[in-house]
Design a protein around this ligand. Structure first.
Ligand code: ZN
Length: 336
């Protein structure tokens, strides 16, 4: 299976953290612009530092990376850079996470989200990419802080698609944020939640009980047949991130990665990049790394649109685009 097929395949990306898309060169450039001291002097030193072995070590570097972003212009440029790379990898719709709590007291939330939204508007015109934002609450913080975040972003409610929960998973179960999800739903947000990455399948269950509409990762749910049936029956998609799981040692190899098995069992699964420069690849690189057939990749691309929070007409148009692309390719059979 060629990487070129995976790159040209129309797809939606549903699990990507904008702060985690900082390429080492841009990290150094923003640091110089904003007078931020980093422990690295060159982009190559940054690349060498990306050698974490679990989520906790990764998050320490991730939060350090956040310190170089300081203005609306920075967030605009960061988002534009990601959307260009995503478009080059076949992304037609991008639902992107932003975590304003990382910047509170330093960058006004109106600048963080305003810069992102400016870039989304540009990309809709310049690249034909349909972008949207989900605001992440960090689960190592309190639920009171998550509720406060909903108040802080309220002026931008109509410009934001949804909310999610991210950060250090173990010890911070979704049930800790039940009121946050309930309040967000009341305000009209779509609900996503990281669960089942390093945490147990039980966390995925708790997220479903909290009314979450999409599970980010959900890897550990794959080994729980009753939970797999529930995800299928309730139509709750998983946004899986193979290269992230490999790099953070959630899995030792992608040989038995359960994405196609879950798909075959009726769960809506999509493939995503999470924090692409940190884990060795953008979204099409994640498709390619799975070693699947072109027909299987096309099935996952269709699911990426089905799993999106886009209006039904846009979902249907995305699936038509996949079918049209596959039809233009020689020797690609339909996958179930
Ligand atoms: Zn994530």
């Amino acid at each position: 299976m060629s990487a070129a097929f995976a790159e040209a395949l129309p797809k939606a990306e549903l699990h990507v953290h904008l702060e985690g898309t900082l390429e080492p060169d841009d990290l150094m450039r923003f640091a110089a612009r904003n007078g931020v001291d980093l422990p690295w002097r060159t982009p190559d030193e940054v690349r060498a530092a990306y050698s974490y072995t679990d989520l906790g070590e990764f998050l320490q570097l991730y939060y350090m990376g956040c310190t170089v972003l300081a203005s609306r212009t920075d967030f605009h440029e960061l988002t534009t850079a990601y959307l260009h790379r995503a478009a080059a990898q076949g992304v037609r719709r991008a639902e992107m996470f932003v975590s304003p709590q990382s910047f509170m007291g330093r960058v006004p939330v109106a600048d963080v989200l305003g810069g992102v939204l400016d870039a989304i508007a540009d990309a809709r015109t310049d690249l034909g990419v349909d972008g949207a934002v989900l605001v992440i609450a960090q689960r190592h913080r309190t639920e009171a802080e998550a509720l406060e975040l909903l108040d802080v972003i309220a002026p931008l409610r109509e410009s934001l698609l949804g909310v999610g929960l991210g950060g250090a998973e173990v010890g911070n179960p979704p049930s800790k944020f039940a009121r946050f999800f309930a309040d967000a739903r009341r305000r009209g947000y779509r609900l996503a939640c990281h669960a089942g990455e390093e945490g147990p399948a039980e966390y995925v269950r708790e997220a479903l009980d909290a009314g979450v509409e999409r599970i980010d990762h959900g890897y550990t749910a794959a080994a729980d047949p009753a939970l797999v049936r529930r995800l299928r029956d309730e139509g709750v998609p998983l946004t899986m991130c193979p290269l992230s799981n490999l790099r953070l040692r959630v899995v030792d190899t992608l040989d038995d990665y359960p994405v196609m098995r879950l798909h075959d069992e009726g769960v809506v699964v999509s493939v995503n990049s999470d924090d692409p420069p940190c884990f060795g690849g953008y979204v099409a690189d994640n498709y390619t790394a799975l070693g699947l057939s072109t027909a299987q990749l096309a099935a996952l691309a269709r699911s990426s649109f089905s799993a999106s929070f886009a209006p039904a007409g846009d979902v249907a148009a995305g699936i038509v685009a996949v079918d049209a692309f596959v039809g233009s390719q020689p020797n690609v059979a339909d996958a179930p």
